[in-house]
Design a binder for this molecule. Structure first.
Ligand SMILES: [Zn+2]
Length: 612
């Protein structure tokens, strides 16, 4: 195989793994005929609905109507992206992935495995120090005062980094972790003036931040109250590193992720201690963002777990503008959000400790959703009958936010709320419901017009996953033929005119066929699957594959015959178009020689079909 550098990792890993073995790590599979079946992890599965096809290296659940290969099974099961799934499968298969062709020296700062190990080692040092070192006594006392018990400290591996500049660096001397490695993962900083390295978290309680695979990747550090030497903020986080991206991580998701996925709900708080206390009190869906504002990338990560959240906000009104932005973010992402403001400006940690999780959940259940919350804000102290100018502004602001949720999709409760809210807005603002709907349509149309042309449209609400029904029959026909008989891609490549489909997912798949064929000299289904990074497109491909093989069983024509017919119909369509153009322009543009060539190719293909 002669894959280019960035394809070859996928292909290498694909060859090294077996789907049956990968799936078996997550669920019990038993053989059934030539396939294997198991209980689908994504729906409440009474009978085994998940089917694994060893020969095609594909899986499918008929109830959920999703399918894929080993990569997308891991992506969906672990809630990770393609790259992460690739790395996990590579690691289990004992394959070292190189980064863009750079050779990896084991133990160096570009060896990701060493980086993970270094952070895990540091976590252990900090944690043991907190539990037993004499210099950690003030830290232990502080955590006890805050009410965090030993189980919690253990569960979240809370630690302490002693004051002094070299505590961690000194300890690392007898380990494989060089100062460069510690610097790469953000555990040590470098003085700008002297160039000397120093412990980054010195004198702070440290909260390990773990990825969804429960690996520590970074830390948050909190100063002790009345620490005379404390410098910098009350809280600091590791800077962004190769392992840690602030906008994609939630604190606590490693602990409560399974539960969030099961209950389809998360409670988002502001601090580490809030989350730890919440879980200690039995609120087992609490998470927090890390030293950054909640943003769109967070929601993309969260969507793999749930699309309903309760957002716990501090009581201060300074955050109100920010709250506005958050509301818009959730509505536009079609996530259901309730806004919970705790009474008397209490923080979640204090509240949970004094009143307990049940009381917290009772408040959360009564908390207003995004639109209700917004309505309360804009109508505060407003008399719509008297102050018409302000009332108009408030109404327009409400409609603008409602319009952020795309029309026509009843995917979230926000859309249902819209149906309930319009009659109410009509009553409160003395405007006919009919007029409200017209204005809403108008706002949606202008919004679509602007987002469609703006380059930022790609970061807008996630598009619906591609479905087989949306593809043109002609495109489906070609892809089915290639799936059944990949070698025909070679025939296509030799045609006079390169075959192109209209832009879209079918053309993307065709390009993958062409590239894999060029680079590997074969294009079998599992090879094609491995090159596709989008889990939804993988699912589409499995559907195509099933349909193709089903049709092939009852088809009268061979794949080659079907291809000849396909090319023939394309040719007819092309000449029709050309004839139309000629008639309108009176310009002789048809190259008779070109057409003859294509005709000969078709006849040749047809001859091969008949086995001549
Ligand atoms: Zn299922």
């Amino acid at each position: 195989l002669s894959f280019g550098p960035h394809h070859d990792a996928k292909e290498q890993v694909r060859q090294a793994i077996d789907l049956v073995e990968v799936v078996s790590r997550y669920l019990d599979l038993r053989p059934q005929g030539r396939d294997f079946v198991g209980h689908c992890p994504w729906h409440d599965d009474a009978r085994p609905s998940l089917r694994v096809n060893r020969e095609r290296q594909s899986w499918k659940c008929w109830v959920c109507n999703i399918g894929g290969d080993a990569f997308s099974f891991v992506m969906r099961k672990e809630g990770v992206g393609f790259r992460e799934a690739l790395e996990m499968l590579a690691e289990r298969a004992g394959i070292e992935l190189s980064v863009r062709g750079v050779a990896i020296v084991r133990g160096s700062s570009n060896d990701k495995r060493t980086l993970y190990q270094a952070v895990a080692w540091a976590e252990e040092q900090f944690h043991r120090c907190l539990l037993s070192a004499p210099e950690a006594e003030p830290a232990r006392r502080y955590l006890q005062q805050r009410g965090l018990n030993a189980d919690s400290l253990q569960r979240h591996r809370v630690g302490f980094s002693p004051a002094g500049w070299q505590w961690l660096l000194d300890r690392a001397r007898s380990t494989p972790y060089s100062p460069e490695v510690l610097e790469t993962v953000g555990l040590v900083g470098r003085s700008e003036r002297s160039g000397n390295l120093y412990d980054f978290f010195r004198g702070r309680i440290v909260f390990p931040i773990r990825d969804p695979q429960k690996r520590p990747i970074a830390f948050g550090g909190r100063v002790l109250p009345d620490d005379p030497e404390a410098r910098g903020g009350k809280y600091i986080n590791s800077r962004e590193t190769r392992l840690f991206s602030k906008s994609e991580q939630f604190y606590g998701l490693d602990v409560v992720g399974d539960n969030v996925r099961r209950t389809r709900h998360a409670t988002i708080m502001e601090g580490y201690t809030d989350v730890i206390m919440a879980i200690q009190q039995g609120l087992t869906d609490a998470i927090a963002v890390l030293g950054t504002a909640l943003n769109q990338r967070h929601l993309h990560v969260l969507r793999r777990y749930t699309d309903a959240v309760t957002l716990v906000l501090d009581g201060d009104t300074a955050g109100q503008r920010r709250t506005n932005e958050l509301l818009e973010l959730f509505v536009s992402q079609q996530m259901d959000v309730r806004i919970l403001t705790l009474p008397e400006g209490q923080d979640p940690c204090d509240f949970l400790q004094s009143r307990g999780a049940t009381e917290f959940q009772r408040l959360a259940a009564d908390a207003p959703d995004a639109l209700e919350h917004k309505l309360r804000l804009v109508t505060q102290g407003l008399d719509a009958a008297k102050d018409t100018h302000r009332a108009n502004q408030a109404l327009e602001e409400m409609l603008r936010i409602i319009a952020l949720a795309p029309a026509g999709e009843a995917r979230s409760a926000t859309r249902l709320r819209e149906q309930q809210l319009l009659p109410r807005l009509s009553r409160e603002f003395f405007v006919a419901e009919q007029d409200l709907r017209l204005r809403l349509d108008e706002l949606r149309r202008s919004r679509r017009a602007t987002t469609a042309s703006a380059p930022s449209a790609a970061t807008g609400p996630a598009a619906a996953p591609p479905s087989l029904r949306q593809l043109a029959a002609r495109d489906v026909e070609l892809l089915e033929i290639l799936i059944l008989e990949p070698a025909l891609i070679g025939q296509l490549a030799e045609l006079h005119e390169p075959v192109r489909l209209p832009p879209g997912v079918a053309q993307e798949i065709l390009e993958i066929f062409q590239r894999v064929w060029r680079e590997a000299g074969s294009a079998d289904f599992p090879q094609i699957m491995a090159q596709v990074e989008d889990a939804d497109v993988k699912s589409l491909l499995v559907e195509l594959d099933e349909q193709a093989r089903e049709k092939a069983e009852r088809a009268e024509q061979s794949p080659l015959g079907r291809l000849a017919a396909w090319i023939d119909s394309c040719r007819r369509q092309a000449t029709d178009q050309q004839r139309r153009r000629q008639m309108s322009s009176l310009n002789e543009t048809l190259d008779a020689g070109q057409e003859l060539n294509l005709l000969q190719e078709i006849q040749e293909l047809a001859r091969q079909t008949r086995g001549e």
